[in-house]
Design a binder for this molecule. Structure first.
Ligand SMILES: Cc1cc2nc3c(=O)[nH]c(=O)nc-3n(C[C@H](O)[C@H](O)[C@H](O)COP(=O)(O)O)c2cc1C
Length: 398
């Protein structure tokens, strides 16, 4: 499925607030993600940033007036060509005009003519933002189906602190990714386990593994973009969980099991990507073990099997496991799928430079008696989209 910002036509409206300078960085990020960006600036926005900045970043003309080339009716043409419109930053003035249906410049006229999704990212002084008039206008726009990307709390240009800072670039980009991705998982509950687990044998030492959680995080992000209600059960990792996903932090195999039983049972789809420790130290020393003891003598016992526990209780859940294999991928993966009562399994080749911790990976999906789909070698977010396409396809046929 082609989706997201890559290759999409994005119309960016920039209005006259201090945060207009941030729209330049956003434009660059969109272009780097492969979007085709048209920019409309209000007259007041031009007081803060020069159109040349956006023209240079997009390699396209910047539109500032209804009257530059009236024979091509720019406000209609621009919104008809766009797949999504984002106004960032959106001034109180622009929000009021949109709520009232006023159309006295190119941006407000284009917004009135738009039939595609509109996202509005307010940015202003906290008092202006909290004012009843502004809040009522935003409520009207929300009711009409606009996506409001709420401003954040923090330092404001006039030296005050409060709610009014333009939403972060990451949130703006994620909003566009969502609006540009078909909501094929809308109404579905998805649970994903991700990351390593950590088993301590004294207050400062533990055994763990090299999993980063990147694959599960990418799958959670993609499911949320497709409209699912996503719970991510995340082991210890430096990576940030995706926006718009409910994240439950876990540490040990036992806590992953507890969280999985609490959150994954009853979901429509569960994907278990976590590299849960197979063994844990039998003893935990309350004080740090001293080096002078010489040899470190640690014994291990098996941890509870999270995937098997989910398989035993899966009910109607479509349960997908991951098998990190270094050899005989298909035989080992299918064997694991049967033993643990999974609906499908993804073989993850960790024998070479692929797999754990890296941006790229190579995955093969197996299901049923002979279902097999090679998802190829690609970046983890690309593979996440391909895996969801495959899972949706299998579920549609079953
Ligand atoms: C220095 C300065 C900064 C401003 N910053 C903001 C702002 O952050 N948010 C806002 O809503 N209005 C801000 N304004 C007021 C808008 O520029 C003003 O309402 C203008 O009419 C908005 O026009 P536009 O929505 O057509 O761009 C600022 C004005 C000045 C002079």
């Amino acid at each position: 499925m082609d989706a997201g910002v890559k290759g999409a036509r994005v119309l960016l409206g920039v209005t006259g607030g201090i945060a207009a300078y941030k729209a330049a960085s956003l434009t660059s990020a969109l272009v780097q993600r492969g979007a085709n960006v048209d920019v409309i600036m209000t007259a007041e926005a031009e007081r803060f940033v020069a159109p040349l900045t956006f023209a240079s970043l997009t390699a396209r003309p910047v539109y500032t007036s209804l009257w530059d080339a009236p024979e091509r009716i720019p406000h209609i043409r621009l919104v008809r060509e766009a797949q999504v419109v984002l106004v960032a930053p959106a001034t109180a003035q622009c929000i009021a005009k949109l709520a009232l249906g006023l159309a006295d410049d190119l941006l407000s006229t284009a917004l009135l003519a738009a039939r595609v999704p509109i996202a509005i990212a307010p940015a202003m002084n906290a008092t202006m933002y909290e004012r009843e008039a502004t809040q009522e206008h935003l409520a009207i726009l929300r009711d009409r189906g606009c996506t409001i990307v709420e401003p954040e709390e923090g330092y404001l240009a006039e030296g005050e602190r409060g709610v009014g800072r333009l939403a972060s670039e990451e949130r703006l980009l994620e909003t566009l990714e969502r609006l540009l991705t078909p909501a094929s998982l809308a109404g579905m509950r998805v649970a994903i386990t991700a990351g390593p687990t950590r088993e301590a044998f004294d207050p400062v030492r533990f055994v763990s593994n090299a999993a980063s959680g990147a694959t599960g995080i990418a799958l959670a992000r993609e499911a949320a973009r497709r409209g699912a209600e996503v719970t991510l059960l995340l082991g210890p990792t430096q990576l940030e969980p995706p926006l718009g996903v409910r994240t439950v932090r876990v540490l040990t195999a036992q806590s992953m099991l507890d969280a999985a039983l609490a959150h994954a049972i009853g979901s429509d789809v569960t994907i278990a990507t976590a590299a849960v420790a197979d063994w844990r130290p039998t003893e935990y020393a309350a004080q740090k073990r001293k080096k002078d003891a010489g040899v470190l003598d640690v014994h291990f016992e098996q941890t509870p099997d999270v995937l098997a526990a989910l398989g035993d209780r899966k009910g109607e859940t479509f349960l997908v496991g991951f098998a990190a294999e270094t050899q005989e991928h298909e035989r080992n993966a299918r064997d694991k799928m049967r033993r643990k009562h999974l609906d499908a399994i993804v073989a993850n080749d960790v024998s070479s430079e692929r797999g754990f911790g890296l941006v790229e990976n190579a995955l093969v999906l197996f299901w049923g008696n002979d279902g097999r789909k090679d998802l190829g070698r690609a970046e983890k977010d690309v593979l996440a989209a391909r895996l969801w396409d495959a899972i949706e396809g299998i579920r549609a046929c079953s």
